[in-house]
Design a protein around this ligand. Structure first.
Ligand code: PRX
Length: 638
């Protein structure tokens, strides 16, 4: 792999201000990391002691059958007991848990008491509809409070939620419902995004024509638009919540939280990999709870008077871990905004920070780059002085965007937590803490207890400054447990490439100070605006169009999105290329997969570069498109 200069330049280090250091929970990260390295299990056991366990654990970590690691074995708990129930007997009962603003400016807020009440009632409804411990429930919604409420209601009764991002569409939903064998779908009539209505229920209806398992659909009224309701299958959420079943026999809005094993599945979250079939990453109650809360506490330094805003959609892992579960576990106040950042004007986010006095903002590089384009005047119109810490996630952040975020939004006083992690890791893995000296564009160091490395194809560590594969060498509590129903694929994809280590699929460099610089994916995953998409899924959406014989998708650099999808298609015999057909194909991908997967550009080609065994050589397409050397072509078919 190519060698690049090391980024170690001490002059570049951005050190925290005295205020930040005084506030910081962790003053000496190196000491914390040493303690965790010396005794990993004691480190995590200390953090686990902050939670309620109905039964204590026999072992902190069971590593007798790697890579099927188990955490807190023998213990019982429920993440929802720790997110909600336990706060109700403290002063936090009346603290705001959730503040929400809709795209049209409506406001709703929930204290811990109010959130728990709503969750209890919906959990009772789900139970009355026959949902039992271990059942899978699909959730497909816009960003409304009922999304976290539905997730928590499922987890409370031991059901396994599978949230599908509201930007996905028909085929993506069908594939995920079928794989998870859910028989209940919770959705909204529609959702608001960037001033438009997303027709969520209609998309669900279309997807359900392709799946047989679903018995009931619960619909939240968000837009009030007209939607067909199928009798016996579809129910309005607001009707169900007024039924006697939503309450206990004595008329109270209570619901017993199910005691579950620490290793009981909490959720499935589908993510893209190297094949066309999305894989369901499985996370559990106990370890995920400890990992997510601990990382959030130390990295974002959350304290009781903070208002935390993570702009991610709860439909992605960032939303699961750091909009829903992490903040509630810490008894924090979380803010959720329904819509797009530039609606109706590019100051919407900045006005929300001022209006709600947000202290911590956690977002994605693509959003920063997008907002940067509108200039400084928009944020400068607002008082952003409540901000104390900033964060970023999802893709590498270019130093230019980092510096703008730091200077214009953070006024030079808010450190930026550039957190590297994945759906699979569940929690931050390489990340600064407020005390860590920063280098723009680097995620800095592994979280205490995490041992990472950058290696070559034989698994040997590469020299500082050299590019290699990023691997993780120690288990961590919030790690995925498996791919749902596919242990073999789990072992094959993550644990085979470098024996004994977790293979992240990312390439990285480590500099002379031990700081990590993530470069990007080494597999067929494309990060578009931080969203993770598989080339194979896009290709399979393209070939499902009757005019297409074969297709190849690649990611090419894009100024705002990071990467944009470019597709090459071969038409079936008798099909004529035309601009109309290209427009139709782009729409087709959007309809099947979702607008986020719509290719930037489609080129109709007479043939695709393939190996002699018939595999499309995407790297050749990529090099050609960028005018770069095409590399080794010995395996290329004539
Ligand atoms: O390539 C890395 C990139 O996002 C991938 C994980 O995507 P996903 O599972 O969708 O989770 C995204 C949110 C955690 C990683 O393999 N990535 C994530 N965070 C960063 C990043 N790349 C660079 N810097 C980051 N901070």
């Amino acid at each position: 792999m190519e060698s690049t200069p090391s980024h170690s330049q001490d002059a570049d280090l951005i050190r925290p201000t005295r205020d930040v250091l005084e506030h910081a929970l962790v003053k000496d990260r190196a000491a914390m990391a040493r303690a965790a390295e010396q005794d990993l299990q004691a480190f995590w056991a200390r953090e686990a002691a902050n939670f309620v366990w109905f039964n204590g654990w026999d072992k902190v970590l069971d590593d007798s059958n790697p890579p099927f690691y188990k955490w807190f074995t023998g213990a019982t708990t429920n993440i929802v007991y720790n997110c909600l129930d336990r706060h109700l007997s403290t002063w936090r009962r009346n603290k705001l848990a959730l503040i929400w603003e809709g795209e049209k400016g409506e406001q709703r807020s929930f204290s811990y008491h109010a959130l728990s009440r709503e969750v209890c009632m919906f959990a009772n409804v789900l139970r009355s509809m026959g949902v039992r411990k271990g059942d899978r429930v699909t959730i497909y919604m816009g960003r409304v409070p009922e999304l976290p409420i539905a997730m928590l209601a499922c987890a409370k009764i031991g059901a396994i939620h599978s949230v599908i991002y509201g930007g996905f569409s028909v085929e993506a939903i069908h594939g995920r419902i079928e794989d998870s064998q859910s028989n209940i779908v919770i959705t909204c009539d529609g959702g608001y995004m960037n001033g438009k209505v997303v027709e969520l229920k209609q998309i669900v209806d279309e997807a359900l024509k392709r799946c047989a398992t679903v018995e009931h659909v619960i619909v939240i009224k968000r837009t009030g638009m007209d939607v067909p309701m199928e009798e016996g299958r579809d129910y309005w959420y607001h009707d169900l919540m007024t039924l006697p079943v939503a309450k206990t026999a004595s008329g109270q809005s209570r619901c017993e939280t199910e005691e579950v094993d620490a290793e009981h599945p909490l959720f499935l979250l589908y993510t893209s990999g190297t094949t066309g079939k999305p894989k369901a990453i499985l996370h559990t109650h106990g370890g995920y709870m400890v990992g997510v809360a601990t990382t959030l506490k130390y990295v974002f330094d959350i304290q009781d008077d903070d208002r935390f805003w993570c702009t991610a959609d709860p439909g992605w892992v960032t939303g699961h871990s750091y909009v829903v579960y992490g903040p509630l576990l810490l008894g924090a106040t979380v803010f959720i905004y329904e819509g797009g950042p530039t609606y109706p004007f590019p100051n919407r986010w900045w006005s929300l920070i001022e209006k709600y006095g947000i202290n911590i903002l956690y977002t994605a590089p693509t959003a920063i780059r997008g907002l940067m384009r509108f200039g400084e005047a928009w944020p400068n119109r607002h008082d952003l002085s409540s901000l104390r810490l900033l964060g970023t996630v999802g893709e590498p952040i270019n130093p230019e965007a980092w510096r703008w975020y730091h200077r214009v939004i953070g006024k030079g006083a808010c450190p930026i937590m550039d957190t590297w992690w994945q759906t699979e890791t569940g929690m931050f893995m390489i990340t600064p803490m407020p005390e860590t000296p920063l280098k723009p564009g680097s995620g800095t160091l592994p979280f205490p207890g995490v041992q990472a490395d950058v290696v070559d194809e034989h698994g040997n560590s590469v020299k500082p400054g050299e590019e290699g594969y990023l691997i993780l060498k120690t288990p961590w509590p919030a790690m995925m447990r498996t791919i749902y129903n596919d242990n073999e694929r789990y072992v094959e994809q993550y644990w085979k490439k470098v024996p004994g280590a977790y293979f992240t699929g990312d390439s990285a460099r480590r500099d002379a100070d031990g700081y990590y610089w993530i470069i990007g994916r080494v597999d067929d995953v494309i990060k578009v605006s931080g969203y993770r998409l598989g080339t194979a899924e896009i290709e399979s959406a393209l070939v499902s169009h009757p005019a297409v014989a074969e297709a190849a998708a690649i990611g090419l650099p894009h100024e705002v999105k990071g990467n944009a999808i470019h597709a090459y298609v071969m038409l079936k015999a008798g099909q004529e290329p035309s601009d109309e057909l290209i427009a139709e194909l782009r729409e087709h991908v959007s309809h099947e997969m979702g607008p986020i997967a719509k290719p930037e550009k489609i080129t109709i080609v007479p043939g695709l570069p393939k190996t002699r065994s018939g595999k499309i050589m995407r790297r050749v397409l990529k090099a050609r498109a960028q005018g770069l050397p095409e590399g080794d072509l010995t395996t290329l078919e004539e």
